[in-house]
Write a protein that binds this ligand. Structure first.
Ligand code: PGA
Length: 243
């Protein structure tokens, strides 16, 4: 599985970041089937990713060409593999689909793989949220070349399920439905069976308690994990639960 730890702004001191990185490396060594990806804050990313020779991969929490932010060239220089784009907490600050698309293109142009977050703020009875997901996906996939489209990792994160507890996560059956829907939308941009090759992650209150259930039979390729990724015992238990 693809297990991405999104530390968001939870990890505030470098010492904790170093300890979590050491743990990530141990887990990546012990569970070779998984791809373990750590997404520290920008300031810690430089410190932790520098010279990394382990199986752990690093992700930036965002990527941008704007002054004061971190560009894809800077990430490529550090040998960072991924950049999260369009996280709901950045969209909530006003980031548009067009800006997310531009970030994804900018990342790909410099060999950084975007982890594209999509997800609705709420679910309406008429399933209008599906059109929103379609628009978020289309904005990014449409301008890309066929080769680039296959590289993007999609993280489906229903915003209302983020930062809560296992009981509040989207039920496995609904995740399965969303994965099918996302692949159907991707079918407009990729030929034949190619949409099944795009990695789809689920994020939103994944914890050791629900991880195994959410991983099995839903068609997801992995998780984007927030709060459960920054407590060493919890993160270890979660990785173990899906192994
Ligand atoms: P959570 O966060 O696991 O704490 O719900 C996920 C995310 O924001 O990416």
């Amino acid at each position: 599985m693809f297990i991405a730890a999104n530390w968001k702004a939870y990890v505030e001191d470098a010492k904790k970041g170093k300890a979590l990185t050491a743990l990530g490396k141990r887990l990546a060594g012990a569970y070779k089937k998984h791809e373990i990806v750590l997404a520290p804050s920008a300031v810690h990313l430089g410190l932790l990713a520098h010279g990394n020779k382990s199986k752990v991969r690093f992700a930036a929490q965002d990527v941008s060409l704007t002054t004061g932010e971190v560009s894809a060239q800077m990430l490529a220089d550090l040998k960072v593999t991924y950049a999260i784009v369009g996280h709901s907490e950045r969209r909530a600050m006003g980031e548009t689909d067009e800006q997310v698309a531009e970030k994804a293109r900018h990342a790909l142009a410099h060999g950084i793989v975007p982890i594209l977050c999509v997800g609705e703020r709420e679910r309406d009875a008429n399933a209008g949220y599906l059109s929103l997901i379609r628009a978020q996906l289309s904005a990014v996939f449409e301008p890309l070349s066929p080769k680039e489209r296959l590289e993007v990792v999609v993280a489906y994160e229903p915003v209302w399920a983020i930062g809560k507890t296992a009981a509040d996560a989207l039920p496995a059956h609904d995740i399965e439905e969303m994965v099918l829907y996302i692949r159907k939308v991707l079918g407009e941009y990729l030929p034949g069976k190619a949409p099944s090759r795009v990695k789809i992650l689920y994020g939103g209150s994944v914890e050791p308690l629900n991880a195994r259930d959410l991983a099995s039979g839903t068609g997801i390729d992995g998780f984007l994990i927030g709060h459960a990724s920054v407590e060493p015992a919890t993160f270890s238990a979660l990785v173990k639960a899906v192994s």
